[in-house]
Design a protein around this ligand. Sequence first.
Ligand SMILES: O=C(O)CCC(=O)C(=O)O
Ligand SMILES: [Fe+2]
Length: 224
Amino acid sequence: MKVLKNEKHQGYSPVLSQISDNQIHGDYKESFFIGIEGSNDTPFCRANIWPNPDVLSGWQATMEKYHQEALRVCKAIARVLALALNVDGDYFDTPEMLGNPLTFMRLLHYEGMSDPSKGIYGCGPHSDFGMMTLLGTDSVMGLQICKDRDVKPRKWEYILSIKGAYIVNIGDLLERWSNGIFKSTLHRVLGNGQDRYSVSLLAKPIRVYLHKFFRHVHFSVRLL
Ligand SMILES: O=C(O)CCC(=O)C(=O)O
Ligand SMILES: [Fe+2]
């Protein structure tokens, strides 16, 4: 396939090609991964791979527009999160944070019937590594979260999709930046035999300086 992924996983990845921790089988999902164009100088991205415009006319422009708009939403949410941490609203806008962002967008299609007891998942349990992930889903149930990963056996709850609304996942980076005030949520997707589609956009800075911000937020949080 001409749009098959590059070495940075941009482009198309078929079913069973992605695997999370502790999984026996790969995920029962196929995905199309779009990075930020022009970020070839980062270790994470190359030029995006696009389907032939003669086959999907206007698709690239639509995806790029969506990418841009979703990043705008991330930045608006970051302002609210900053205020909740009792720091300035533009706290996350610096170049080291979302001012110089790296966003990964994935178009996802799940299929098949999951069976966690056999390690068969639409998407295996994981937390997102970035600052936050915006998730737009269709109305097919499948996404589950585990509020406390240390409680055994783990308790999983379905997340309802609300038409016209995003699901916002806190990522590992924001948990660290906020000194654990915002928790990165463990989540997974179970297939129920129906096709399920979602679009996820993960936002993080191009480079991450954990210690600096860890210390900085620590002082702010003590003021709460
Ligand atoms: O499709 C979903 O509902 C979840 C996707 C997801 O967890 C991810 O892209 O990191
Ligand atoms: Fe995720």
